[in-house]
Design a protein around this ligand. Structure first.
Ligand code: AP5
Length: 222
């Protein structure tokens, strides 16, 4: 099974993707994390994409498609995987279909209004050491400036500045929203309300995934 997480910046794709990985054992593949790691290490790829990411624009299809192709070829993806942040446009969606055809697909589109996105992302903090995310709106204190897990410094993400968040939202509406129709037509699309407590969002996702997995195993037994 391939789970695809769609939704605007800050809708909870990373959070829910991590929970799906833990519960179902499908590795989470976040193109954003893979690219940010390359930037952090200042690899040739990282140097190439840093400016684009900091402006809130999309990295070229050529680059992200190759990153995903390499990652899903790894043995841990044999039974399935969760894609967080990919595909981002219909070109990437078509490339995905070609690179791993015939796999059962479930698309979860986490809905969140733009105003809430801006509020949430302005309150996000990330550990510079281990990457653990925090959010001031979720009770993580404003005074806290060190990670509870590794003691690393907590900072705002470079692309979580209000002007960049607005650009990311614009790009999302223009480039990624057409994926709704793309996947609706294939009958694999499900919308999930993202403006709920994290556990409630996950429970709603579980209902969809459990049903899908039952259907898949039912078909395999028949
Ligand atoms: P990426 O890292 O994918 O960023 P994004 O899609 O903008 O998503 P975010 O990571 O900001 O949010 P999220 O939806 O994962 O929410 P999260 O769970 O973190 O991409 C970054 C950049 O990389 C792009 O702009 C682009 O440049 C490039 N890129 C990546 N993929 C690409 C591609 N395929 N093609 C081209 N370029 C690509 O949660 C956000 C915050 O909210 C956290 O603080 C969290 O604690 C909190 N939160 C989560 N759920 C809830 C909830 N239910 N209630 C309250 N708070 C919540």
């Amino acid at each position: 099974m391939r789970v695809i997480l769609l939704g605007p910046p800050g809708s909870g794709k990373g959070t829910q993707g991590g929970m799906i990985e833990k519960e179902y054992g499908f590795p989470r593949i976040s193109t954003g994390d893979l690219l940010r790691n390359a930037v952090k290490k200042q690899t040739p790829l990282g140097k190439k994409v840093e400016g684009v990411m900091n402006k809130g624009e999309l990295v070229s299809d050529e680059i992200v498609v190759e990153i995903v192709r390499e990652r899903i070829d790894e043995p841990d993806c044999g039974n399935g995987y969760v894609l967080d942040g990919f595909p981002r446009n219909t070109g990437q969606a078509s490339a995905l279909k070609k690179m791993d055809p015939g796999r059962t697909e479930t698309v979860l589109d986490i809905h969140l209004d733009d105003e809430i996105v801006i509020e949430r992302l302005s309150a996000r903090r990330v550990c510079l050491g281990c990457g653990k995310p925090y959010n001031l709106l979720l009770g993580d204190s404003k005074e806290m400036d060190r990670c509870k897990k590794c003691g690393g410094k907590l900072v705002g993400r470079e692309d979580d500045r209000p002007d960049v968040i607005r650009e990311r939202l614009k790009v999302y509406h223009q480039e990624s929203e057409p994926l709704v129709n793309f996947y609706r037509k294939k009958g694999v699309y499900h919308e999930v309300e993202g403006d709920r407590p994290i556990l409630t969002v996950f429970e709603n996702i579980q209902v969809i995934l459990n049903k899908k997995l039952e259907n898949v195993s039912g078909r395999a037994e028949a």
